[in-house]
Design a protein. Structure first.
Length: 98
């Protein structure tokens, strides 16, 4: 190994989890903080835990409904414009034939 190009290795590195668990290991970082570890992860504990607090599915459904409402309103406006144009064409055609 070349000297002075490698990071410092800490044999007593501490990893702290949000659940309060601490682990001792070797690492190039002396102290680390994590949100989830093997002691609180649902896969390892067997407990179901709802992690998605942002409500992504609900947000997607809301956006889909909003998009559908916009499409319906655009369709109504287009139909109204088409009907108005047809009515104007009929009146113009009647006036031209007289």
């Amino acid at each position: 190994m070349k000297p002075s190009i490698h990071p410092t290795y800490f044999t007593e590195a501490t990893i702290a989890c949000a659940c309060g668990a601490t682990l001792q290991t070797g690492s190039t970082v002396e102290k680390m903080h994590t949100e989830i570890c093997s002691q609180c992860h649902p896969f390892y504990t067997g407990k179901k835990k709802f992690i998605d607090t942002t409500g992504r599915v609900d947000r997607f459904k809301k956006l889909a409904q909003k998009s559908e409402a916009k499409q319906v309103s655009r369709l109504k406006i287009t139909k109204a414009k088409t009907a108005a144009a047809e009515a104007e064409a009929k009146t113009t055609k009647k006036a031209a034939s007289k």
